[in-house]
Design a protein around this ligand. Structure first.
Ligand SMILES: [Zn+2]
Ligand SMILES: [Zn+2]
Length: 172
């Protein structure tokens, strides 16, 4: 099993939105995925910690888009979702041209977990490359005793990636 996948598929719960990612040779595996604990990501994903894998739009092919919708969540920012099943698809910062941060929970199971053996144990896939965070945004919203232990390794940013990274003193 290669440590980095070349192609991944994903989409929403009802399959009205489906996509394929063909990772470019220069895909930025060092700096994505990332978590975000801002209130908007929480409400959009329904999770206390949202995890996103950023890809170039040139790496992304929409296989189905019938129920795709976007919500203008703040000036210059859009959140993609499925208007039928409500799945969160991703985050688009219009100031960062050509990027979309996809919700990693939308990636298909065989890429995150892998096939299973006869005892139902996963055989492994690309979960670390696809979903293990390299950076953490908006840690100012960490919930003590709940999400403050979820950081793992990677740089921490007090607010979005524009403010930070934090120095060691501040993050301890
Ligand atoms: Zn859907
Ligand atoms: Zn956020």
């Amino acid at each position: 099993m290669e440590s980095i996948p070349t192609t991944v598929t994903g989409g929403c719960l009802c399959e009205g939105v489906r996509y394929q990612i063909d990772f470019a040779p220069d895909h930025d595996w060092e700096n994505t995925p990332n978590t975000c604990q801002c209130t908007q990501c929480r409400k959009m994903t329904g999770s206390l910690v949202g995890t996103f894998h950023t890809v170039k739009t040139t790496e992304l092919t929409w296989l189905a888009k019938a129920t795709y919708a976007e919500y203008a969540s703040s000036p210059g920012c859009r959140r993609a979702f499925c208007r039928t099943c409500g799945s969160s698809i991703g985050f688009i910062d219009l100031a960062v041209e050509g990027d979309i941060a996809l919700t990693v929970g939308g990636f298909d199971e065989r890429f995150l977990v892998g096939a299973r053996d006869a005892r139902d144990r996963p055989l492994g896939a690309w979960g670390v490359a696809l979903a293990h965070p390299r950076g953490h945004f908006y840690v100012r919203n960490e919930i003590e005793g709940v999400t403050d232990g979820d950081g793992g390794k990677g740089q921490r940013f007090w607010k979005g990636r524009k403010e930070g990274p934090m120095d060691e003193d501040k993050s301890s």
